[in-house]
Ligand binder design. Sequence first.
Ligand SMILES: C[S@@+](CC[C@H](N)C(=O)[O-])C[C@H]1O[C@@H](n2cnc3c(N)ncnc32)[C@H](O)[C@@H]1O
Length: 312
Amino acid sequence: MFTFLAFIKFLLRSSNQHGVHSPFVYNLVTKCFYDRKKHLSYLILKQYRKSLLKDERTIRIKDFGAGSRVLKSDEREVSKMAKIAGISPKRARLLNRLVRYLEVDTALELGTSLGMGTAAMAAGNNIKITTLEGCPETGKVAEEKFQEFGLRNVELKVGEFEEKLVVSGQWSVVRPNSQLTTDNRLAYGADFQSMTNRNSKFQIPNSQKKQPTTDSPQPTTPISILNTKYSLLFIDGNHQKEATLAYFEKLLATVHNDSVMIFDDIHWSRGMEEAWEEIKAHPQVRVSIDTFQWGMVFFRREQEKEHFVIRV
Ligand SMILES: C[S@@+](CC[C@H](N)C(=O)[O-])C[C@H]1O[C@@H](n2cnc3c(N)ncnc32)[C@H](O)[C@@H]1O
């Protein structure tokens, strides 16, 4: 009901390209959003989805955040998940076009699920994608599909977003009497203190911080998601207000002037709508576009702050 009313409000406020005076947004809408050509890459997206819809396996789901309103059991058929949980075919095609139109070279996705959004970004595009998924069995299916479809420039990291989005998120470590290993779970109290933003809502509870011990490995080179710049960030997991705002704040460190952040399901709940309003109001955000399913924000310093509501 909430979403239905939100949609009516959206319809009343939304427009197409008419009345859009910003050349950047006008071109984006007319040349990308409303590009009706049939691109060859869409065939890959179709095949990818088809192969999931035919997948009869049942997997055990580790549920996160807001979870699914439709699928309640923790045992789920891959085919049903593909039908209900992932990006729609229309949005997948739009995401595929966006990557090309905006010449996106690097992307970060929060919430891989079965990889349909990831495949949409990757298909036919020259892009390197990092995608995060918390559920190990879902991630395993996605990884298999990336291999099957030859999506080589995709790096899937399995683990909770809250664990992965830390500056010292991954260390190359040497343990006494052991070989060089990579332990991406290591986080020391001291490192968190200095490297996380203390004013941020994104705080790791003290109980989860690991304290150094005598045989603690010594950190060497930090390889972190937050040390990279991304041209496109697709935030599509844990659709709750506090979490969404925390990811936004954290990921601001990874954007450049021409980056776009896309938030899925901004009208899913009152909390998500509140999160969207706060994101739009952030001083670093210059342009926002509400397309109902997605809220998109751009950081183009050269542009006046302006908000758009566009039907796609
Ligand atoms: C809506 S699905 C992603 C759909 C996918 N982006 C697509 O386009 O098809 C959200 C995914 O995010 C994962 N997720 C949600 N909250 C998470 C968290 N806090 N840490 C890790 N993964 C999380 C869920 O397991 C789920 O697979």
